[in-house]
Ligand binder design. Structure first.
Ligand SMILES: [Zn+2]
Ligand SMILES: [Zn+2]
Length: 238
């Protein structure tokens, strides 16, 4: 509701007999501009052109008992809570309800956000713990790998030493076996040789004695036993 002259909210509103309402100042200015003294302090409603009397009777000049029969042409209007204000109150109540609902939603969302923030912090903390653990595990795994590599190296060298030792032992065994065999052979044959020695020529015992130093020979000579055998065998065959 606004004044149709100034198009603003009513300021000290007054009504004229046609029922239209204007601000006091707006109506005074309108009357000042349009009143025609010829017609006798009359003016027209700016909205509906209904003529009205500009001058209200001075009540203090009229007996009090007649006051109730006299209606001033321009009357003050008091804005009372109207149906529109009732609807406004309804709108306000609805808006307040909406505000409360929104506040509840807001509270719920804030709680959810806080929970999520806490959960995120928790997750980050757990992730950092896992990262730490992971790093420790990786380091220990690397150390284990290094230790394992060292142990492997040590085992390899031990294995090689043992292999070498084993080979040496085998060679020694082989040498012993060979010398034992040779000893046996020489013992078995020596009787025959001794028997034949009496008949043999003087050079034969010399060559036979050459068998004896064989066990003390170098390993190289052992790798070619057939050659030795041939060499050794030949005196016995003759
Ligand atoms: Zn006005
Ligand atoms: Zn009017």
């Amino acid at each position: 509701m606004s004044c149709s002259i100034c198009l603003s909210k009513f300021k000290n509103p007054v009504s004229i007999p046609c029922g239209h309402v204007y601000c006091t100042d707006c109506l005074t200015n309108h009357v000042a501009a349009t009143s025609n003294d010829d017609v006798g302090f009359m003016s027209n409603c700016p909205t509906c052109r209904e003529p009205f009397n500009c001058v209200s009777p001075q009540l203090n000049c009229i007996p009090r008992r007649l006051h109730q029969y006299i209606l001033p042409s321009v009357r003050r209007v008091y804005v009372e809570p109207s149906s529109s204000s009732a609807s406004l109150r309804k709108e306000l109540a609805a808006a307040e309800k909406l505000i409360r609902a929104l506040e509840r939603d807001n509270e719920r969302l804030v709680n959810e956000r806080d929970n999520l923030v806490v959960a995120k912090e928790d997750a980050l903390y757990r992730e950092s713990l896992l990262e730490e653990e992971n790093q420790e595990l990786r380091q220990s795994a690397e150390m284990d790998a290094i230790e394992a590599a060292d142990a492997l190296k040590a085992l390899k060298s031990k294995y090689n030493k043992l292999k070498q030792h084993c080979r040496t032992l085998k060679e020694e065994n082989g040498q012993k076996d060979l010398s034992a065999v040779l000893l046996n052979v020489s013992k078995r044959n020596s009787s025959a040789v001794d028997a034949s020695l009496t008949d043999a020529e003087a050079s034969t015992p010399k060559r036979l004695r050459m068998i004896r130093p064989l066990p003390h020979r170098s390993r190289l000579s052992l790798q070619t036993p057939t050659k030795n055998g041939e060499q050794l065998g030949s005196p016995f065959r003759t």
